[in-house]
Design a protein around this ligand. Structure first.
Ligand SMILES: [Zn+2]
Length: 737
């Protein structure tokens, strides 16, 4: 605990050394330690978190006894409770700290915090930093957010409020005073702050002045990352936010040395916050991806868990699930279909989230969510020893890159950077391959040690050092799969003359990226020396040709005599129908590069096969992507599951057991929730090849259906047959001691 606190301070202070590399992996690496294993703070203990956020009229109007009873019944062991910031729910003395009009002489926060403590729960005080009332405006107009035109910004939803500046005295002084008072009065275990990182770019006098001091420049008026001021801003913005974490954390620790500031963030390639720095600083975190909206697969819950784990290691991560509808129209007082809530929570649990429900308004209008959260939490409690995971046994890592999103992806990072990753994610789900997410800032040997294969889905922006790390990984026997423009840019988004990984790919950039292409194909070619199809084409032997991606990089093969099992058929007219025939059939332009490099294997697709898969979901591409992973990995998988349906799998080691989670996503509402009902799937044969350190499997259990289940052992595998799965099953193998 002591050391992790010191680490927080020292490392956050070290961030001031960053000059222009806000998201630059190499610069941040200098100040970061590897993601640590579980620490020893209080935050390791609670496994189920309950967030109850008050609304202003809750004081005096809500049923405290009901909530305490519920928390107890569901075995929640940490409570996230509203203290203040935007609205104070305790008798604050901080000037301008707005008290709820319904508070009267009460201490609503203090009362529930004390009661939760009495139940043995950890208490985390929640504050909100993004909005203030008119009196704050009048007293400190400089605390408010200012837009590009120089106007202070009214809250878009509630016109009684103004938006605050996240990077100036409102947070550094006022919110710090609020945190100090909350800590002094109540000594909670932590504080976390909602909407603490601002509501967009701020042009207030403090931001202008502080940025000028940092860079000598005026605040940028463009989001173009190639603009000098914008680049400086990106670095300064990160530095300022982590400095804020440091200031708040110091205030909190000075009062309660066991307490800390818990940052919350969305995570992932598109996150504004550098997740690597966050992962190295915070002892625990709150993952703020609360539910599905729009077109989104339910595995996004597990993806968030993996993204946080990629930089936080096995530190505790509370995965928020909104029981409310989190749609952009924000019907905050309604609740989701319970099946949707269940699926979202279970997929997070399968990937090591500590389940956390979040409910706004302590006077629930719609109570249908209570039983489903109770069911999931009680199950989680009953099986806790099998859910205290020590490490993932996945051997495949899917890389994501914030620097690629920031410097290459602009202005459309979702399509250029996120979509290729989503395509590969979906392919791995369909292939039932357990995998982890890997942050591109952590490609060193220690972080890559657990993995056999790395996937680089159009990870365009990579530094020389990162390319060297990937090369070393392959030379040590690892497999790499890369697509499209991977490594064609440096870490700052500047295009190279050739791929940073050209040697690994066996391909060089020929100067052109083509697309979007219509009506282009890939011919499937037998190896002329063996007369057989390459394993990459398994399951496609009768196809002849399949659809291509929609973007391709023109490349030259390093070895002109190389055989590629896929050959590009360039685009040709798709109308008039009479003209739809290929003008050339044998181009000998490789559609894939497959290489043995030392004891490692490399697959390079010069096309956006992964992004196209996300767009089109062609089964042929699913097979290609799966086969590429299997061929590059070149070892028996730790987990294989045979049967029908779409399931999200994970494999974990605990102290004395191995668990396999199988989350049934098979549902007509899989790609766009909410699901209406669970569609059970039939028999699944599960082959587990765990690293048991020589320990024998004593028994196998089903943690959802319950009871022991027969297993057989065959060579190096333990085989379990499940008669079926409703929404979730966990196979637990108890190891002999
Ligand atoms: Zn500002």
């Amino acid at each position: 605990m002591k050391s992790s606190r010191r680490t927080f301070l020292k490392q956050a202070a070290g961030l001031t050394a960053i000059s222009i590399a806000g998201l630059d992996a190499a610069a941040v690496a200098g100040s970061a330690t590897p993601a640590v294993a579980q620490g020893t703070g209080w935050y390791d203990r609670p496994m189920r978190w309950a967030q109850l956020s008050f609304v202003e009229d809750d004081p005096g109007h809500y049923d405290l006894g009901f909530w305490l009873d519920y928390f107890q019944r569901i075995h929640a062991d940490a409570a996230l409770l509203d203290a203040g910031g935007c609205v104070a729910f305790y008798p604050t003395q901080v000037p301008l700290h707005y008290r709820s009009k319904w508070l009267g002489n009460r201490d609503t926060f203090g009362e529930i915090a004390a009661a939760c403590r009495k139940l043995g729960m950890n208490v985390i005080a929640r504050t909100d930093a993004h909005a203030c009332h008119q009196d704050v405006y009048d007293a400190h107009p400089d605390w408010l957010m200012v837009d590009e035109r120089g106007s202070k910004v009214r809250h878009p939803s509630d016109k009684d409020f103004w938006l605050t500046c996240a990077l100036g005295p409102y947070n550094f002084e006022f919110m710090n005073a609020v945190h100090k008072e909350v800590m002094t009065r109540y000594r909670p275990d932590a504080i976390f702050t909602n909407r603490w990182a601002g509501s967009g770019m701020c042009y207030c006098e403090h931001c202008r002045e502080n940025f000028r001091q940092f860079s000598g420049l005026d605040l940028p008026r463009t989001r173009d990352p190639h603009d000098t001021a914008r680049r400086q801003y990106m670095a300064w913005h990160q530095q300022r936010l982590f400095e804020l974490c440091r200031v708040w954390n110091a205030t909190i620790e000075a009062i309660n040395p066991a307490a800390c500031y818990l940052p919350n963030a969305g995570g992932g390639a598109l996150s504004d916050l550098d997740m690597k720095t966050l992962g190295s600083l915070a002892p625990a975190a709150i993952a703020d991806r609360q539910s599905r909206r729009g077109l989104m697969a339910p595995w996004m819950a597990g993806k968030a868990a993996k993204e946080f784990r990629s930089t936080m290691g096995m530190k505790p991560i509370a995965g928020l699930t909104s029981v409310g509808i989190d749609d952009q129209n924000r019907w905050k007082d309604s609740v989701q279909n319970v099946e949707e809530t269940r699926l979202w929570m279970l997929d997070g649990i399968a990937h090591n989230f500590r389940p956390t429900f979040t409910k706004f308004n302590a006077k629930p209008y719609d109570r249908r969510w209570f039983p489903v959260v109770e069911e999931v939490f009680r199950w989680h409690h009953a099986n806790e020893k099998y859910l205290r995971n020590e490490r993932s046994l996945a051997r495949v890592g899917l890389v994501y890159s914030q620097q690629t999103a920031a410097y290459y992806g602009w202005p459309d990072a979702a399509a250029r950077v996120e979509d290729p990753g989503l395509g590969f994610y979906q392919a791995l789900i369909e292939a039932r391959i357990p995998f982890e997410m890997v942050h591109d800032g952590l490609l060193d040997e220690e972080h890559l040690h657990p993995f056999r294969t790395l996937i680089l889905p159009n990870i365009a922006a990579l530094s020389d050092r990162q390319c060297e790390q990937i090369g070393a990984f392959v030379r040590n026997g690892g497999g790499v799969i890369a697509t499209l423009e991977t490594s064609l840019y440096d870490e700052g988004g500047k295009r190279r003359d050739d791929f940073g990984l050209a040697e690994l790919f066996g391909a060089s950039f020929a100067g052109q990226v083509e697309g979007p292409m219509r009506n282009s194909y890939l011919n499937l070619k037998k190896d002329p020396t063996t007369g057989a199809f390459h394993p990459l084409l398994a399951g496609l032997e009768d196809a002849g040709r399949i659809i291509n991606g929609t973007h391709r990089v023109h490349v030259t093969a390093g070895d002109q005599s190389m055989h590629s099992p896929l050959e590009v058929v360039p685009p040709y007219p798709d109308l008039p129908m009479e003209e739809v025939f290929p003008r050339t059939t044998d181009t000998h332009e490789p559609g894939v590069f497959l290489r043995d490099v030392g004891s490692g294997r490399v697959v390079y697709f010069p096309v956006d096969i992964d992004r196209t898969f996300w767009e089109v979901l062609a089964g042929d591409h699913a097979k290609l992507l799966r086969n590429a992973v299997v061929w590059a990995t070149n070892e028996s998988a730790p987990l294989e599951v045979e049967g029908k349906g779409v399931i999200d799998v994970s494999i974990w080691q605990q102290k004395d057991s191995i668990t396999v989670h199988l989350v049934n996503l098979t549902n007509p509402m899989m790609m766009k929730g909410p699901v209406r009902e669970v569609i059970p799937i039939a028999r699944q044969v599960v082959r587990i090849r765990p690293t048991k350190d020589g320990r024998k499997v004593a028994r196998a259990r089903r943690l959802v259906a319950g009871g022991e289940i027969p297993f057989s052992e065959q060579a190096d595998a333990v085989i379990v047959e499940l008669p079926g799965i409703d929404v979730h099953e966990v196979i637990a193998l108890d190891l002999e001691s």
